[in-house]
Design a protein around this ligand. Sequence first.
Ligand code: ZN
Length: 436
Amino acid sequence: MEGKIIGCIDRHRRRLIDLAEDIYRHPEGGFYEWRTASKVKEFLEKLGIQVRSGLGRTGVCGTFSGGRADADAPHVTVIGELDGILCPRHPMADPKTGISHACGHHLQLAVMLGAALALTDPEIRETLCGTVSFLAVPAEEYVDARKRRRLEAEGVGFAGTGKSELIRLGVFDDTDIALTTHVHMVPVEEDLYLGNPACNGFSSELITVEGRAAHAAVAPWEGVNALSIANSAYQMMGLMRETFREEDHVRLHTLIREGGEALNCVPDHVVVESKVRAVSLDAIQDIRGKVTRAFEGAAYAFGGKIHRERLQGYLPVRCRLADPALKKAAQHLKGYTYREVSVGDHNNACTDVGDLTHLMPVINFTHAGFSGGLHGEDFAVTDQDKALIAPAKLMALTVYELLKEHAVEARNVMEDFKPVFTKEGYVEYVRSTIEK
Ligand SMILES: [Zn+2]
């Protein structure tokens, strides 16, 4: 059966590469992936399985039951991410939006659909004891504050990330195990990296600094310079870095979204978007407190005011070592090198997969086959077999290993997993972080 799965994906090699390249050439931003979603929908419908679309605006989900599924059989969901990232200098960036697939999400979709091709093959499908979904999810990349407001006005409940919105809407309610993949996010020599290393989470805020306008030359002493307040806060944050613990993996990012209007007027209104990344919710909260004190202290010194609006963040990824099903699946891939995630492996970036890891087991692997930096203008696919074909095989084989023979492996994964949140608890938690 493993040979059949591999053979099926090999037969459709060209079709999968063409699909990935088509999506690569038409990148779309989070929650606006209309064309990409229609491509995924069309592909899944051709497989003759049940397809739902319009999930959290653009999400698409195809579902089928294996031939041996019983009433309590597990439900595994293979995830692909629909969105590109704002990277206007990338050669394949959309000239109007600046969005490009500089994070390789187009590959994920082709991997997911390649797995769908193999697993819906009648002979393979017959052996599966469980339900399988292929879920294309909107908006994995950070959605900035202005865009969130627009989306909220258009009815998106959790506009911060696609996965949180789909959790809120109940799309993950039936899922017992999720499977994800990505291009390598940490330096890995091998072709495949099995498991989910811990990743940072983040909190984000929109900080408005209010000063007082005055003529910049005639009477600057009558003004309160909001930009000076923001600058002072930046310097304090810089000096505070020595208090960050290495093991907390802290990253601080700030962008000035509005920095004054007229050069001959003391700026009285500055808007800063701020992001704090760290390894745990406690560390994030601790550093967020320091950032707040920096802004409040600077505002006090100059006689201005700050106003903070909390934005939804991502939860840290809970580390998950390679599952037996994933390891067994990898053994069937000949000619590829791989290694497993070790305890202590850490990714400083963030992903909304972190939110999912607080609710359900997420089996993950990452892969090679590209050059350049993630989110960089030089990101490019260099090896279709490593970037797409082998990952598609590994994804399909892992689902097969989970669900074959009464789904013993899937049931083991479910039994061992301890969730941090129920779905209701999670939704309540996210709401509490964005209360106005
Ligand atoms: Zn990504």
